[in-house]
Write a protein that binds this ligand. Structure first.
Ligand SMILES: [Zn+2]
Ligand SMILES: [Zn+2]
Length: 147
């Protein structure tokens, strides 16, 4: 799967199958996207290959230790991905993929700060950040096997 930033300077390739997809209603995602929520796919950390451009590595400390490293386009500042240090997976901002038609999120996070009209019926829902993603991975697998 190919993707890239808004201006086209950064291009990337996803080389591993996604493990899950979700949307996040947290305030940070609302600020960052200027929208009601963000949408991510989760892939193994070695599954993202930048094929054009030199993304900015933006580090943000996480309360409680560690940090998130995001890749951004140096020209249009589109955010491509976020990796939490030490995790075996990486989150790709789903909207930066060239083809987003196949993505159906299986979960929504931070419903406590969601715009009421943006809540999705019939998917896993968490008021805040889930403590682990095993249910999200299982739901994604289940959805794939029903296709
Ligand atoms: Zn760009
Ligand atoms: Zn969020």
């Amino acid at each position: 799967m190919h993707g890239g930033c808004n201006c086209g300077e950064i291009r990337y390739l996803v080389t591993r199958a996604p493990l899950t997809a979700y949307i996040c209603h947290c305030h940070l995602c609302q600020k960052r996207t200027g929208s009601a929520f963000s949408m991510s796919i989760v892939i193994p950390a070695d599954g993202l290959e930048v094929t054009a451009g030199n993304p900015i590595r933006k580090e943000r400390p996480i309360p409680g230790g560690g940090s998130n490293v995001s890749l951004l386009c140096p020209s249009c500042y589109s955010r491509i991905s976020t990796l939490r240090e030490g995790r075996p997976t990486i989150n790709v901002r789903a909207g930066t993929l060239d083809d987003t038609s196949w993505i159906k999120p299986v979960a929504q996070l931070w419903t406590s700060s969601a715009q009421p009209w943006a809540l999705v019926d019939g998917i896993l829902s968490y008021e805040e950040q889930p403590s682990d993603f095993s249910a999200l991975l299982a739901a994604w697998k289940g959805a794939a096997s029903r296709k």
